[in-house]
Design a protein around this ligand. Structure first.
Ligand SMILES: *Cc1c(COP(=O)(O)O)cnc(C)c1O
Length: 443
């Protein structure tokens, strides 16, 4: 078993990854067995780890040595998978966490405390919206939502002296707005705060937000990364680029002594590893949202084919979007791979091969009623509360995930009442399109 140093990555063990392509990292990143060790990443299904002297253990508790001692803080299976994702995103350190929701929460709570404020794009996942607008408010952490397509001067108006972060999704779920990451990074840095990007839908195969100036990336690994709909999970990756000490007063949690570690300060002790070290040894220690090693193992198997699956999802989605756009019963189609799409040029600039994700949204001329009849007539595409797994699936947000909202609230959230969220899988595209065709014929 390797000792992974949480001071600076998982990347310590990842020196071999420096010149490897994303494809190779998907297959081999994170786990480099030595002589006689298992070729496949093992599941370290152990809550605890043995030491020989009490002093060895004490040094771990003081963060003077690195090593595993209790799985709530770190586990070798989880760390190997975190290291793979860090390498895929081009970051310096990462941590796995039990869900995408937990990743969103920790990413903000690691730098904001009661009395602080952050700015978020309004086009975000519904669960994240509730977390930010309702639950974090109860902790006295306030959020202001902005229209991500507004110009810099407009968005800048949301910033206050106590603003600590800017948050957005690379591709918004479910309304598929594409974020201009460079613009957002510029706004964040002008206000001396980090940009946190939820890169769930694009995945590092299509987009690496650090290359456009993002500082921290989070994922719901439940989606394309797992890819098979087996395990809920999340991940937080740090680029190591944000200079906390340059804005010492703004980020006391990172730059000032932590009384729960005898006055150690993360930025001076751990440098580029400060943010992930704090999230691990302080937040994970106290809040405990760890993924099980078993789930990390399954996530790793998903990651081994991410580079094959994601392009296939996107090619299939492109074909579906083109088919829908030509069909006379379809009122509108939203997919950034269509030249008619508002985000087409931005997607070509930011995403590899212009590929965004496998999710297409559209509406039917008959509106809400016809949308429901269409969904009920699908055979290959299943009605499930999920997106981004190998099997094609479909959801009507107005009747399902956003059911509590009135039509006006739906429109304000950018979710039209007739919107169908269609997550294109990796089956034969001809079969997917035949299924859509036969369902359209029923309406
Ligand atoms: C699903 C999702 C989340 C929440 O992730 P869970 O793993 O379900 O907790 C966050 N962000 C985006 C973009 C998502 O699609």
């Amino acid at each position: 078993m390797k000792n992974v140093n949480f001071r600076l990555l998982n990347l310590e063990s990842e020196k071999m990854s420096e010149n490897m392509s994303l494809e190779t990292l998907c297959v081999q990143g994170g786990w480099n067995p030595k002589k006689g060790e298992p070729r496949v990443l093992p599941i370290y299904q152990s809550t605890t780890f043995r030491y020989e002297t009490s002093d060895q253990m004490a040094r771990l508790f003081d963060l003077k040595d690195s090593g595993y001692f209790y799985t709530r803080l770190q586990n070798p299976t989880n760390d190997a998978v975190a290291a793979k994702i860090a390498a895929l995103e081009g970051g310096v350190a990462a941590m796995l966490i039990s869900s995408g929701q937990a990743a969103s929460f920790y990413s903000i709570f690691n730098i904001c405390e009661a009395g602080d404020h952050f700015v978020s794009a309004s086009a975000i996942y519904g669960g994240t919206f509730n977390l930010f607008a309702v639950t974090m408010k109860k902790l006295s952490i306030e959020v202001s939502f902005v229209d991500q397509d507004a110009d810099e001067a407009e968005i800048a108006k949301a910033f206050r002296p106590n603003t600590k972060a800017l948050f957005a999704e690379t591709i918004a779920n479910p309304i598929l707005k594409v974020l201009d990451i460079e613009k957002f990074a510029h706004i964040a840095h002008t206000h001396n705060v980090p940009l946190i990007v939820d890169n769930t839908f694009a995945t590092p195969i299509n987009c690496r937000p650090f290359e456009f100036g993002a500082d921290i990336v989070i994922h719901s690994t439940t989606k394309y990364m797992d890819g098979h709909a087996t395990s809920v999970g999340g991940c937080i990756v740090d680029s190591g680029n944000f200079d906390w000490e340059a804005h010492e007063d703004k980020f006391p949690g990172l730059t000032q002594p932590d009384p729960s570690y005898h006055g150690l300060a993360y930025s001076s002790s751990f440098g580029k590893g400060a943010y992930i070290t704090k999230a691990t040894v302080q937040l994970m220690r106290d809040l405990g949202s760890i993924p099980s090693p078993q789930n990390a193992f399954l996530l790793n198997i998903g990651l081994e084919t991410l580079h094959l699956r994601v392009p296939r999802h996107c090619e299939n989605a492109q074909k579906v979007a083109e088919f829908l756009e030509k069909n006379e019963k379809v009122a509108w189609v939203n997919y950034s791979g269509l030249p008619s799409n508002k985000y087409y040029a931005l997607a070509r600039k930011q995403f590899k091969n212009g590929h965004s994700c496998g999710v297409v949204t559209f509406g039917l001329k008959g509106g809400r009623e016809e949308s429901l009849r269409f969904i009920d007539s699908l055979k290959l595409a299943a009605i499930v509360t999920h997106v981004a797994d190998a099997r094609t699936c479909v959801l009507h947000p107005a009747s399902h995930t956003h059911r509590q909202l009135s039509d006006e609230q739906l429109i304000a959230a950018g979710v039209q009442p007739d919107l169908i969220r269609f997550s294109v899988g990796i089956e034969d595209p001809t079969d997917i399109i035949s299924d859509i065709r036969q369902a359209l014929e029923k309406i």
